[in-house]
Design a protein around this ligand. Structure first.
Ligand code: SF4
Length: 458
């Protein structure tokens, strides 16, 4: 997750607030406006929870909250209403991201903000817009982001007519770190120190101005660390505006959504997308610490790859850390033996290594073939199973053969070298009269799109 910093909290506090909705986004934020909002939401803000956050720092003023507003905020009443967020999480567990987003904005109004990293969590902004409610977005500018991400921030601001509330690291802290250890100390002694300075502390300051925040965390994102992500929880790590016990609530509206469904949503809604994704980046963070993932690798393996897989959370979501056995860390794509095979249909040919090698020789090809290179454990392959089986059914008897070739494990190197395998699934069309297979380039894997691809080439 990327977020940004300034040493001057006053600059952020009054003039740079973005309250965004399609209708009032461009209205400059002024103190009197916020103060009115503060009074309007005070009953909700008084709700307390019985869970004590850990790692709470002393109260600071350099947060997202305007100082003038914090001075005039009403006293918290003696009688505290306790909200049961565990119960609410159970109630909302099967709710849609849109419903969860709506509930978060309804409950916390101007005291909640979306944490935006510059990746596919742009979906959160789209969901917030769809609720029709005003919303706020903040981001951490670590100073080490890719140029593409800065451009993407600008594009998102323009697309939604919002101003992102950037948070920056403390200049003195960055200076001390870089002068003593250099610009790339994280490669030597781990990322925690640099992340603490450039991400965690700025985030802590941002959250001190809020009573709730909204993240794009999903259960399928991190091996070992995010398998338990409730849709809403009392933040187990950070504290909010009121400080102390249960003062911050964390909403994870897409906790139960698979990455493939996020992407389908982004494409369907024509949402702007960080151009790094088209270069193979799945997880997007700081430039020196993020890389495109290789075929079969879990997206979190694109972060801090030189460190142990279980220690990859940067501190922003440390509350998710749990002890997991090595058997559960199925991120490298090679531990696939336990997975049931997919694409099972009488209309599909299962190709062995010898079979696909034979198919690559044009003189042995009597008809065109479409072949999916897959791994049964890959969620993107699983997601297209239904449409690919439907395609096989449609093409049965048409003269076009539909096949599958399992290309993980020991077949991966061959598939990368000889079959253009980039990531799973890779779909290839072997024309009847041309030696070279043609790779399907689109992310759309519905049956109609696949059929259009076949019909264009057969
Ligand atoms: Fe520093 Fe890398 Fe962490 Fe960014 S991700 S704050 S560059 S260690």
């Amino acid at each position: 997750m990327a977020f940004a910093v300034t040493s001057s909290s006053a600059a952020i506090s009054v003039s740079s607030f973005s309250r965004s909705s399609s209708s009032d986004l461009k209205v400059p934020q002024i103190c009197s406006f916020r103060l009115a909002d503060r009074h309007a939401t005070v009953n909700l803000s008084q709700k307390r929870c019985a869970v004590k956050p850990v790692n709470a720092e002393p109260k600071r003023n350099d947060s997202l909250l305007p100082q003038a507003a914090s001075i005039s905020a009403p006293e918290v009443s003696e009688k505290v209403e306790v909200e049961d967020f565990e119960k609410l999480a159970k109630e909302l567990d099967s709710a849609s991201p849109l419903e969860i987003m709506d509930k978060a904005l309804e409950k916390f109004g101007n005291d909640v903000a979306i944490a935006f990293s510059g990746a596919e969590d742009v979906a959160l902004i789209e969901y917030a817009k769809l609720t029709g409610r005003p919303f706020r977005v903040f981001s951490l500018d670590t100073g080490r982001l890719n140029p593409e991400t800065y451009r993407f921030f600008d594009e998102v601001e323009k697309h939604y007519g919002i101003r992102i509330e950037y948070m920056f690291p403390d200049a003195v802290e960055v200076q001390a770190l870089v002068r003593s250890k250099g610009l790339f100390s994280f490669y030597v002694d781990g990322h925690q120190e640099c992340c603490r300075v450039r991400k965690v502390r700025p985030l802590r300051r941002a959250l001190k101005g809020l009573r709730a925040w909204i993240t794009g965390q999903r259960k399928d994102q991190s091996p070992g660390t995010r398998s338990e992500v409730p849709v809403v929880q009392v933040d187990p790590v950070f504290e909010g505006l009121d400080g102390g016990v249960g003062s911050l609530v964390k909403w994870n509206p897409v906790a139960n959504v698979d990455g493939i469904d996020i992407w389908n949503f982004l494409l369907a809604m024509n949402v702007p997308i960080n151009s790094l994704h088209s270069q193979g980046f799945v997880s997007i963070g700081c430039e020196p610490c993020t890389r495109p993932v290789l075929p079969g690798q879990h997206e979190r393996e694109g972060r801090w790859w030189w460190e142990d897989a279980k220690a990859k959370e940067c501190g922003l979501h440390k509350g998710n850390l749990k002890q997991h056995s090595a058997a559960q860390l199925n991120g490298n794509g090679n531990g696939a033996a336990a997975h049931t095979d997919i694409f099972n249909s009488q209309n599909l040919v299962t190709l062995s290594r010898a079979g696909i090698e034979n198919l690559t020789r044009l003189q042995n090809r009597k008809e065109p073939w479409i072949v999916v290179l897959y791994a049964p454990w890959c969620p993107y392959c699983q997601a297209m199973e239904e449409s690919y089986v439907a395609l096989a059914e449609k093409l049965a008897g048409s003269g076009v053969k539909v096949a599958k070739f399992r290309a993980d494990g020991e077949q991966k190197e061959y598939a990368q070298k000889e079959l253009q395998l980039g990531s799973f699934p890779t779909i290839l069309f072997f024309p009847k009269h041309s030696a070279k297979p043609i790779k399907y380039a689109s992310e759309r894997r519905d049956v109609d799109s696949l059929m259009a691809f076949v019909n264009a080439l057969r």
